[in-house]
Design a protein around this ligand. Structure first.
Ligand code: CTP
Ligand code: MN
Ligand code: MN
Ligand code: MN
Length: 373
């Protein structure tokens, strides 16, 4: 029998963008299980299931203390039957049978290894698995042709699967800053992504670049890339030009949520910045590698769209998804990394800061460190 006086009930709003989610998570046992099932669904191209598990995990991440009984979850949003079964299993048995079984499955393990290659998505990994390729060794020995991104991803697999530290992110930031200052004085570099949210490691480092005078940013990316390339900082890069204007279909609406800024997905060759463990070994050992490969994303935005780009590239991915869902379902607005369109008034709402965008959406301002949904 539940003692009502001792029952700690939680209450959270339905959309992640209405909540403050810090990096302090009191329910990692529950959220790890749900996140694993979300990842498995995404890798299996079951997007709906993936989002459902992500939303459930995000609700638990926002709770102020540890969940100890199912009764405490009464009335919480986004907890569907499947997620509740997973939670019950963890609370009653210390682990989710489904999550553990998934984690041990050959298919999940193969999907993880193969999609761990930069440039390889769920579709490609699935095709390879159906052709009997489950490991990097099997892939290397196979006759599969890899594109340039995948080849670079395979070449630098170990480095790219080792988390990027804040020290390394800072060092990359210094290099990008220097490149930008050289090719366009006055241009500004802003750290985005997980590091802007205060994470102490990341899978990559994300930067947004702009210039305070509208138009001066045009053509900037190729110049930055040339500067970096000529100094040996790039192991791989693929630049895509700005296609925002030509992508408009209908009354000023971009065709999809994908943004269309000039962007560069790259792999940096970063000289060692972390102290290296003293490696004992014979004097004749091969010379030590004195650099590591790091994934870096660069995006250039005109100043008029900067606030939208900053909000859109800071994440988390679920927080972004929830912002767009809130805008569409609750405010009849369309939010992208370029603009906010009020569909009722048929006009764009200007903003020069993230605070103004939250205000347009009638949302309390949530700072980056509390967008870790
Ligand atoms: N993003 C985007 N379009 C892409 C890729 C990413 O708009 N094609 C956005 C994501 O929505 C996210 C941000 O860029 O808001 C950062 O994405 P990513 O680097 O993948 O994730 P992080 O949150 O930075 O996490 P990590 O530390 O793993 O890099
Ligand atoms: Mn807390
Ligand atoms: Mn990132
Ligand atoms: Mn990124």
């Amino acid at each position: 029998q539940v003692n009502q006086a001792e029952l700690l009930l939680f209450s959270v709003p339905a959309y992640a963008c209405q909540r403050r989610t810090t990096l302090v998570n009191h329910n990692t046992a529950l959220t790890d299980a749900l996140s694993l099932l979300a990842e498995n669904a995404e890798l299996s191209e079951e997007e709906g299931r993936g989002v459902a598990f992500r939303r459930a995990a995000a609700v638990l991440k926002a709770l102020p203390s540890v969940v100890t009984s199912m009764a405490q979850l009464e009335g919480l949003p986004c907890l569907g039957g499947h997620s509740l079964r997973v939670i019950r299993d963890v609370l009653e048995n210390g682990a989710s049978h489904e999550a553990e079984t998934t984690k041990q499955s050959e298919r999940y393990k193969a999907l993880k290894v193969l999609t761990g290659i930069f440039g390889v998505g769920a579709k490609t990994a699935d095709r390879w698995i159906r052709e009997g390729i489950h490991t990097l060794q099997q892939l290397r020995e196979s006759a599969q042709t890899l594109n340039r991104a995948q080849q670079a991803g395979l070449d630098h697999y170990d480095d790219l699967n080792q988390p990027v530290s804040q020290t390394e992110a800072d060092a990359i930031g210094d290099i990008v800053q220097k490149a930008v200052a050289c090719v366009l004085p006055g241009a500004q570099v802003t750290l985005t992504g997980g590091f802007r949210r205060g994470k102490d490691t990341g899978h990559d480092v994300d930067f947004l670049i702009t210039h305070p005078e509208e138009g001066r940013e045009v053509g900037l990316m190729p110049k930055i890339v040339s500067w970096l390339e000529s100094r040996g900082f790039l192991l791989y890069q693929k630049t895509t030009r700005n296609s925002y204007l030509e992508s408009m279909d209908g009354p000023g609406r971009p065709a999809s949520n994908m943004d269309r800024f000039e962007r560069c997905l790259s792999i940096f060759k970063l000289p060692d910045v972390e102290p290296q463990g003293t490696k004992e070994g014979p004097i004749s050992a091969a010379p030590q590698k004195r650099w590591r490969a790091v994934r870096v994303d660069l995006v250039v935005s005109p100043i008029s769209q900067f606030a939208f780009a900053l909000l859109g590239w800071t994440g988390s991915k679920l927080f972004e998804r929830e912002l767009r869902r809130w805008a569409g379902h609750e405010k009849a607005m369309s939010l992208s990394s370029h603009a906010l369109h009020d569909n009722t008034q048929s006009r764009y709402l200007r903003a020069s800061s993230e605070e103004e965008i939250f205000a347009h959406l009638s949302l309390e301002y949530i700072p980056p460190s509390e967008r870790n949904a």
